[in-house]
Structures are given as C-alpha cells and as structure tokens.
Write a new protein. Structure first.
Length: 256
C-alpha cells in the first residue's frame, strides 16, 4: 500500500519551472531513490514534502493526509523527517543536544525551553533517552558530549541521521547522505540505511548521486530531468532505460 503519493506536483519560481507535473508513489517499507542531474528538481521535491516550498499545483499525500495543507512543524508530528544536503547542525551544541532536537516537536515543551530546563523533567528525560538510543544505534555514544564542531565529516553525517531517527520517523527523506564520504564510508552508510529500514519499518526516500549505492539498496527508482519524470522502476530497469542513460547515467555511471 502506498504511504506517500506525489500527485501532479508543479513548482514554478517566476518563469522557471522546477518541477513539472511530477507524480509517483512509495509503498510503506520501501526504499525509493530519486535521481537525476543537478538542477533536475530533486531537492525541490524534498522541500515541497517538508513544507519549505508550496507547490504551484498538485498535492502530496502521506498516509491519507494532504501534507500541503499542514504547517511545517506539523510534518514531523506525522512522522516525516529529513536530512539536508548541507549539514544543518549546531556547532556549539553537543552531539547529544543536536540529536535531541530531532524529537522536540513531539513534546509539549519546546526545545529551547527544554535546554533551559523550563520544560518538564519527565519530557527532558524522555528526549535524552530517545537521543541516546539513536546515538547508540549509530555507534556515536563516544562523541555524545563533544561539540559538533571539529568532528569528522562522516561522523557529522551520522549525527544528522541520528537526529532524524530520534524523532520516530515513518518516512525518512535523505538528501545526498553520501556526499563527501569515502568509498568505505559510503558502503557503511548503505548498510546502515538498510538496517535502519528493517529494524524500524521505515519508508525511505533517497536523493543520491552515488549510483553504486542507489542501485544496491533501492527497491524503486524515480528519475528526473529538467523537473520532469523520465523513468521509474526497478534498479535494473532504470539502468537499462535509454532515456536515463542519455540524460544521466551515461555521464555519471563510471564516476560512482
């Protein structure tokens, strides 16, 4: 059964059409990759789903609810979480505090109040427990009390993933999680994503340029070019699609 349905989404910025009548579905528990050249509209779609952008036309339905009718803070309350292409961590805060941010929308006291100890002690303890569990699962407890500043890039990527996990996601949207990682780190990340999906029954929407990783863990791939969907299907079907090879894989497959 489809958990996320993107229906006829069009996004225009002035005279530029970033997404053009895009439709696709993701089944519950599925890992779906959204691929395409730079500027194809992948991050724009992420920003529509997470309510950073309003679509010009169309709708996004998550578990039967139209996300475009919700306020941005209500998205995470529904179980939709994302990471960002550019890291969005607070350098001066500890790793544990950064991860605690992931679940603050599910508490009565806001996160700033919790950090200032103005929230309930019970909620603060629950936040810490969820954050610690996420750090433990991603092998980050040794840096839990270290400021995010100065940590290796690969570690920072895992911290952002832990923060999303701490929010109890149902849909996890990962925006280029492998960018800047070494080959061994990419392989480790692929195994981590599959493991998280299996253990937490997650649905994953992945934007990524590392084709070996995409082909290795995705159960469905949607291909964009100039804001339009040009193909979708199983990894082997997409890999052999002439329009995909011409628009994207022909120039990138050998690089990743």
């Amino acid at each position: 059964m489809s958990l996320l349905e993107v229906s006829n989404i069009t996004v225009r910025f002035g005279g530029i059409t970033a997404l053009d009548d895009l439709s696709f579905e993701i089944d519950e528990g599925q890992i779906c990759a959204l691929i395409g050249p730079n500027g194809a509209g992948k991050t724009t779609l992420f920003n529509v789903v997470s309510r950073i952008y309003d679509p010009t036309e169309g709708s996004v339905t998550f578990d039967g609810i139209d996300l475009t009718a919700l306020a941005p803070h209500q998205i995470s309350q529904r179980g939709v979480f994302r990471t960002f292409q550019n890291l969005a961590l607070w350098p001066g805060m500890t790793v544990l505090q950064n991860v605690m941010v992931g679940n603050h929308t599910n508490t009565k006291a806001n996160f700033v109040a919790s950090m200032l100890r103005l929230g309930t002690k019970q909620e603060e303890k629950a936040l810490k427990r969820k954050a610690w569990d996420a750090l433990e699962e991603l092998d980050l407890t040794d840096v839990a009390f270290h400021p995010a500043a100065g940590l290796p890039f690969g570690t920072l990527k895992r911290i952002e993933l832990a923060r999303a996990l701490a929010g109890d996601p149902r849909l996890l949207m990962l925006d280029e999680p492998a960018s800047g990682l070494t080959h061994s780190e990419v392989d480790e990340l692929a195994a981590t994503i599959k493991g998280l999906r299996d253990r937490h029954n997650l649905t994953v929407l992945l934007v990524e340029h590392h084709m070996r990783m995409v082909m290795g863990i995705s159960e469905k791939i949607v291909v964009l070019n100039f804001g339009q969907k040009i193909a979708q299907g199983l990894p082997h079907e997409v890999r052999e699609d002439p329009s995909v090879v011409e628009a994207y894989l022909g120039s990138s497959a050998n690089d990743h």
